[in-house]
Write a protein that binds this ligand. Structure first.
Ligand SMILES: [Zn+2]
Length: 470
């Protein structure tokens, strides 16, 4: 694990640092221009300011050097002195450069994967195993699929915001608070039904076979394709056929990015763009009900819940059994109402070749996510617009629900805390939304400076102070 030591307060940085935006109020509506920028841009603009500041110091130094230069070049001794001076200057620049590079390495953004997965495990839930290696293969040319474009306010299309439509589900779980949507993991059912969900869809041929395996038992799957994979002609055909055969299609975001380090607009667009890619493939206006963020991230994050509610979603589609376990354990896990998470990998296909017939022989029926939780199928209407030109609905800003942040937290609140710590000079690098040991350490340094107990655990009150809210 990398060391992310807090560096001492840099008053220069501090003075010029951008004040972190207040969390609750600063969420720009899509129509209000670029008040909020993409995650990296904010941190980069900080660096630009520092560079600009360095440049403004330079003319005085240059003038001084020029004055000396005219003195020195008049004698031979002077020229030698000048050469020595130059060599010293270059050595100094190299040393400063090395220090700066090292400082940059001790940053906040080097721990996302481990920290993220450890959170999921600490939660007592299986970790989704993704085939990230395949992500490189996604840049495949295909027929027109919508490209993410800048969000803009539009009075045209709306995704039929449904508010509390999730309540209609007979087996829908209760959400964790009134502003939240439910997180669907398993259904409390007595009948022998399970839902098999298949994520990502990198390996189209495997997906096709998994669909066939389900159909051989008279069952149906719920498929969560990554939006930008739907550019692939062969995947389009498989998804279209699956839909026609009664399988359910849901949302796994546009590009499989972690939603916890995206700005509000970006996050909403990653959901919206996958949805319209599905519409384009199916040729209907298809109302997906469930979002499954990458790896189950953000499932308890109010910001995500707030936006997907506005986008018409019923909740987060989690799972109760990860297909990552071995086949014997999978067989033992068979219980009424279980939700299985699989991918289209060769390994998962191999397991499903055994597991699906086994489940069927045990009297289990494979049903869709909607069926599992007692909902109607996803509504669909004739397309009355061109999904490629569709723009996102105007989103209401959300009021942040402050929760204690501690090491292993990863969400957008952690992202904002990191941005504030960086702005105040307690942390270096770019925020990534993962509150790892390095961030906790720098938060402890900030706590010391503010007279709090330096435990690295930020209470809601401390976060508000750090963010300059209220
Ligand atoms: Zn995935």
């Amino acid at each position: 694990m990398q060391k992310n030591t807090a560096r001492p307060k840099d008053t220069d940085v501090n003075k010029n640092a951008q004040k972190p935006r207040s969390a609750g109020k600063a969420y720009a509506r899509s129509g209000q221009g670029q008040r909020r920028t993409a995650s990296g841009q904010r941190a980069r603009s900080g660096q630009t300011r520092t560079a600009a500041r360095r440049r403004t110091h330079r003319p005085a130094g240059v003038q001084g050097i020029l004055l000396k230069l005219s003195d020195l070049t008049s004698t031979r001794e002077g020229i030698i002195k000048l050469c020595i001076g130059f060599a010293a200057l270059i050595a100094l620049i190299v040393i400063i450069g090395l220090i700066a590079t090292r400082g940059g390495q001790r940053d906040v953004s080097r721990e996302p994967v481990q920290a993220a997965s450890s959170v999921v495990q600490a939660d007592g839930l299986p970790t989704e195993t993704e085939t990230e290696a395949d992500a490189a293969a996604t840049a495949v040319e295909g027929v027109a699929a919508p490209q993410p474009t800048a969000a803009s306010a539009s009075s045209g299309f709306s995704m039929t915001p449904t508010g509390d439509a999730w309540r209609a589900g007979k087996y829908a779980p209760e959400p964790q608070g009134e502003d939240y949507l439910p997180v669907f993991r398993s259904a409390g059912r007595d009948d022998k039904v399970v839902a098999i969900t298949v994520d990502d869809c990198f390996q189209t041929a495997n997906l096709k076979e998994i669909i066939q395996l389900a159909e051989n038992t008279g069952g149906h799957l719920t498929i969560f394709p990554i939006g930008n994979l739907l550019k692939r002609q062969e995947l389009q055909e498989v998804i279209k056929a699956a839909h026609a055969s009664g399988h359910e299609i849901e949302n796994h975001t546009w590009s499989h990015d972690g939603l916890y380090n995206l700005s509000d607009e970006e996050m909403a667009k990653h959901v919206f763009d996958q949805d319209r890619a599905v519409d384009l493939v199916l040729g209907v206006n298809y109302h997906t009900h469930f979002l499954r963020p990458r790896g189950g991230d953000d499932r308890n994050d109010l910001r995500t819940h707030s936006y997907i509610r506005q986008l018409g979603y019923y909740g987060i589609a989690h799972w109760s059994v990860s297909g990552a376990m071995d086949i014997d354990k999978l067989k033992k896990s068979l219980t009424p109402g279980a939700v299985y998470l699989f991918h289209c990998t060769d390994l998962d296909l191999q397991k499903l070749r055994e597991f699906i017939p086994y489940a069927s022989n045990q009297g289990y029926q494979l049903i869709t996510f909607n069926e599992m939780f007692g909902y109607e199928d996803n509504a669909e209407e004739l397309l009355t617009d061109d999904p490629t030109t569709r723009t996102i609905i105007q989103l209401e800003p959300y009021e942040r629900d402050y929760k204690t942040i501690k090491a292993t937290t990863y969400d957008y609140a952690a992202y904002e805390v990191q941005a504030a710590l960086i702005a105040k000079g307690f942390l270096t690098g770019e925020p990534d939304g993962v509150y790892g040991p390095g961030t906790a350490k720098s938060a402890a340094a900030w706590q010391t400076a503010e007279g709090y107990t330096a435990d690295g655990v930020l209470t809601p009150e401390q976060q508000k102070k750090l963010l300059g809210v209220e």
